[in-house]
Every structure is written in C-alpha cells, then in structure tokens.
Design a protein around this ligand. Structure first.
Ligand code: HAM
Length: 423
C-alpha cells in the first residue's frame, strides 16, 4: 500500500475548526485596513524574478537564499512572491495609479513563499495581510499605518505584544551613518561572508543572530545618532501622532528589518510569548523603491505585512479567539426517506433567507443524528419523522435550553427566521 501524501515541509494546512479562525484573523486584520480607507488589491502569486531582486534587495536572505525561483516553460525566470510590497509597486506603476489621487491606499492578503528552515511560526508558505500607502510622505500617515496594524491585532483579541519603532534615516543622513558603521565593522575580525555583507549593506550585520557577532557589534554606531534635522523632526512628529492615537511603542535603535527598501520610520510588532519567531508584523517607509522599479517620479510609500499564521499562534498563547464557532444555526434530523426529501426543501428555503443549515445525511438513527446536531454547534434541530409528516408538522428543538415546540410544516421557515432575528 502506498503511504499517504503529506503537505510539503514547512507548509501549514488549516483544517476545520482552525480554518474558520484563520479566516476570522485574516478578515479582522483586513477590516482594520478597510476602516482607514484601504482598497483591496489582488496580486499575482508569481512575478518576474528581477522584480524581487531589485525591489527587495540582493543582500537580503529573502532574495539570496529563500526565493522559490524557477524557469517556466518559456524559459523565463519567475519567482513565487516572497513578500507583497514590490508587487504592489509594480502594479501601481503598471496601471498608472501613481498619476491619480494620492496617497494610493491598498491592502492585500494571501500566501507568500520563503525557503526558510521550518519551525513553529516559521513556514515556507506564510500568510500575510498587508497595506501600502503610496505617494504621500507625512508623519501622520506613518502613524496611521502603525495604528491600523495595532487595531488589527486588537481586533484579533491580542494584548500581549510590543511595538518597536525606529527611524532608518534618509538619503541626507543614511550615507554618513553607513560610512561610520562600515568603518566600525571593518575594524572587527569578520568572516568572509559577513565582511561582504558589511560592504553591500552594513545594517544587515546588526541583524546577525550569532552571539559572537552580536557581542562584537554591541557598541556599533547607531542611526539615531546620525539623523539629519529633518529626519529627526519627522521621527518626533510620528511619535507625537502615535501618542495622540494612544498607540504604545518603544524605541529600538537597533531594529533592523529583513528587507532592504526601508528608510525613515520602521517598526515591528513583537509577541514575547512566541519564542524565536516573535515578529507578528512589521513594516516601514520606503523612499527609493518606486524609482528603483522604473517609476518616473520619486514617490515615497509606507506599509506593513502582518503574519496571519503567527497572529493565530499568539491567540493560542493568550487563549483568545479560539472558541469553536458554530458551523450552522439549524440542523435537520430526518427519520426516513420521506422526511429527508421534505427537510431538503426546508433547508433550501432557510438558506435562501441567509440561515445556515446542515442535515444528518446517510440514514443515521435519532441518537446519532442528535449527536451530530450538537457537534455542529447548531442552536435548533428540526426533527421530522413519518408521524410528524402525516400531521403536516415538524418539531423544533432548542438545543440551548432543551425546549421543544411542534409547528406546522408550512410555518417552520418563518418561525425559525423570526427566532433567528430575535436573537
Ligand atoms: P516581513 O517582516 O518580511 O515584511 O514579513 C511580515 C510578517 O510576515 C512578519 O512580521 C511575520 O509575522 C510574517 N512572516 C514572515 N516570514 C514568515 C515565515 N517564514 N513564516 C511565518 N510568518 C512569516 C514584509 O514582508 C514586508 N513586505 C512588509 C511591508 C509592507 N513593509 C512595507 N510594506
């Protein structure tokens, strides 16, 4: 006998009842974005490889080690999207959205692919809800994006996370800092690969998780000490807006994100209950991405990606949002063929009125069918046998309090509908 297939390593399935929670988390995070005026954008799952290489940055682990890249049958190099920002920018430019009203506010959700070492909370197919606000550089907008993420996590019932923010400077002050950091790093005894990283993107080295590198870079110069006056004012303004919005944050001057496009405001939401994979969401501003991808104007953008998988894990740690929801409101219990025929019609009528109904198929006995009704979480069971049919009646059993009434078959749809409406 052949063995049962398994999903590819590091690729989670979400099966009922967890899949219901998956949708709830995705929808709550998205709802937070809707409440701030973000419109949905549906993007391709794969794009030209060059888009990510150029957009995300060649020095990142994401591009250099983790992309699912392959040649299609026409020998074009394509890549399963590792993140959403580069694709959104590509679509904005392709469809000329940058020539319309600004900012362009877009949100997206779906799977992303990174060939990482799988462990709890770190998957090769991960799910994100993201937003991008493109074309306006305003600290109030930075604060709004952060507040939307915060609101999304709260809507999912989370309370035990922290928000870390910093600023990564801009073209007026970043080069000076980069030079100082490189000078510091080149004074260390670094291995070949790390030295190369220090040359391409020295900030990356501060993100190195190896204890010896962490120790060696403990006294590295910090971006916050090299800010130009305008960036410094910008960062202060972002913090002021966050304070007014009641969003609690801490400044982490060593915050480094895994993607290269960030400038100025940068942030990460961290859940300490999750162990090593504690980042439940992150994002920031990106100034140069649009021109990097061939845009005519230099439009700045800001956005975030929130991890749906990790938000679900955080819910489990906090014991929130995990109550099993009812699958249907009404469960049909037919005793015999004739009863089933009639219940199928009743179920159809109820569904047409927006009431969720399931039926005990397969000729189960009363006991088995009632057990299935309980398991479904239904509020009402509709019990129908030959005796009731002959009297043109049906029994409505309230599964919450055990009470039951018999009503006319032609009145059952109206009766259930009115009970549903009255709660
Ligand atoms: P990111 O920090 O790479 O940012 O990913 C955002 C979130 O996706 C992370 O905080 C984490 O919750 C989740 N995530 C990332 N990798 C994995 C994984 N292997 N398994 C499970 N969850 C994961 C971005 O992707 C940027 N595009 C965000 C952004 C939008 N910045 C500006 N705009």
């Amino acid at each position: 006998m052949s063995s049962v297939f398994q999903a590819p390593r590091g690729v989670p399935d979400y099966v009922p009842p967890t899949s219901t929670r998956f949708l709830a988390v995705r929808d709550e995070l998205t709802r937070a974005a809707r409440l701030a005026g973000y419109s949905h954008i549906e993007l391709p799952i794969f794009e030209d490889t060059a888009l990510f290489a150029r957009g995300v940055g060649e020095s990142t682990d994401v591009v250099s080690k983790e992309m699912y890249t392959f040649a299609d049958r026409g020998e074009r190099s394509v890549t399963l999207r590792p993140e959403g920002t580069a694709g959104v920018m590509r679509a904005v430019l392709q469809h000329g959205l940058d020539r319309g009203a600004l900012p362009v506010k877009l949100s997206y959700h779906g799977p992303f692919f990174r060939y990482e070492k799988p462990q709890t909370g770190r998957y090769r197919q991960l799910q994100q809800v993201g937003v991008e606000a493109i074309g306006i550089d305003d600290p109030a907008l930075d604060a709004e994006v952060i507040a939307v993420a915060d609101e999304g996590f709260r809507r999912c019932g989370l309370a035990g996370y922290r928000l870390e923010i910093t600023t990564l400077g801009d073209s007026t002050c970043r080069p000076r800092y980069r030079e100082a950091l490189q000078q510091f790093l080149f004074g260390l005894d670094l291995d070949e690969e790390t030295r190369r990283r220090a040359e391409i993107n020295p900030l990356r080295v501060l993100d190195d998780k190896r204890p010896e590198i962490k120790a060696a870079t403990a006294d590295a110069p910090l971006m916050l000490d090299y800010l130009s006056d305008s960036v410094s004012e910008n960062f202060a303004a972002v913090r002021g807006h966050l304070d007014r919005l009641g969003v609690v944050y801490e400044i982490n001057p060593r915050l480094v994100r895994g993607l290269d496009y960030y400038t100025k405001t940068t942030f990460e939401f961290v859940h300490d209950g999750l162990g090593a994979q504690s980042g439940i969401g992150g994002g920031g501003r990106y100034d140069g991405l649009m021109s990097q991808l061939g845009g005519k104007q230099e439009l700045s953008g800001i956005g975030f990606g929130l991890g749906v998988d990790r938000t679900m894990l955080a819910q489990e740690v906090e014991g929130v949002g995990t109550a099993e929801p009812a699958r249907v409101l009404v469960y049909g219990v037919p005793m015999g063929e004739r009863a089933l025929d009639r219940l199928v019609t009743v179920a159809g009528d109820l569904r047409a009125r927006g009431v969720a109904v399931d039926i005990a198929y397969g000729g189960r006995g009363l006991k088995g069918a009632m057990k299935a009704a309980d398991k479904s979480g239904a509020r009402f069971a509709l019990v129908l046998g030959d005796r009731e049919l002959d009297a043109d009646q049906i029994e409505i059993k309230d599964l919450a309090d055990g009470s039951q009434v018999t009503v006319g078959l032609d009145a059952v749809v109206a009766e259930i509908s009115s009970r549903v409406l009255s709660g």
